[in-house]
Design a protein around this ligand. Sequence first.
Ligand SMILES: NC(=O)c1ccc[n+]([C@@H]2O[C@H](COP(=O)([O-])OP(=O)(O)OC[C@H]3O[C@@H](n4cnc5c(N)ncnc54)[C@H](OP(=O)(O)O)[C@@H]3O)[C@@H](O)[C@H]2O)c1
Length: 256
Amino acid sequence: MRVLLSHDDLGSWAPGHDWVMDPEALALAYAYPELSAEQGWVRANFISTLDGAAAGDDGRSGSINTGADRDVFALLRVLADVVLIGAGTARIEGYRRATVRAPWLDLREGRPAHPTIAVVSRSGDIPPRLSQARKDSGELLLITCERAGAEAIDLARDTLGQEHVIVEGDASVDLAAAVDALVDRGLRRILCEGGPHLMRDLTASGRLDELCLTLAPTLVAGDHPRITAGAPVTANLLPRLLIESEGTLLGRWAKP
Ligand SMILES: NC(=O)c1ccc[n+]([C@@H]2O[C@H](COP(=O)([O-])OP(=O)(O)OC[C@H]3O[C@@H](n4cnc5c(N)ncnc54)[C@H](OP(=O)(O)O)[C@@H]3O)[C@@H](O)[C@H]2O)c1
């Protein structure tokens, strides 16, 4: 693994030096900034092929990822207080409540052992595997909007408990308000794992602080989603970090 570019102080892992992709080095490279009690930081994490596909032929991102990406994916969850996920991705990828395992557990010291999953849904329909309780795992929140309707919202409250359902926005979830609601709950380090429609809306909300983007060294052609989908929106990001590991490029891009 080689650091190609870094705007942060990585100590002995400065650009140009090879280093072992151990948990300590990675945690330093991907550390969240220092945040005050009222501040949140919204980071998104995606993988794309060289030709821009965000999923492989099976319609999932698992078929385009690499070992280095899996390591970073796991680490980013460990560093986060809450994982924000679109209901579409949660259904397609079979999301379950989050569980942190060795060798990462030490990095959760002083915090709940597992991050919360916050699933964003317009319909208010909790993805099946997320609605199931899971031993030794993090909490589940549903973030929905008025469009879901009273019946679906009441059902979600009955299933998850009143305090685990957040309603923000009318036709869609107001993601700026949703981020504020998470920060109010002390969930300040926010990690959005997609998918493309949620990423588009998050970008439009102006609350995206950082994109962690893995570039897999593969071409797949075909018709696949990109990492964003939906109506046009523009956000400019600057590179903070670029790492190469066995052909995979791992980058952090942040708001100027
Ligand atoms: N390459 C990667 O890193 C990566 C990451 C994630 C996903 N993916 C891929 O992306 C594909 C899925 O794409 P997608 O765009 O359908 O995923 P998505 O954004 O996760 O799902 C769309 C659904 O999420 C909910 N949603 C999103 N934004 C919302 C908003 N602002 N307000 C209310 N609800 C909102 C709605 O759920 P309801 O239907 O419940 O109303 C909507 O139908 C899959 O192929 C997956 O493998 C790739």
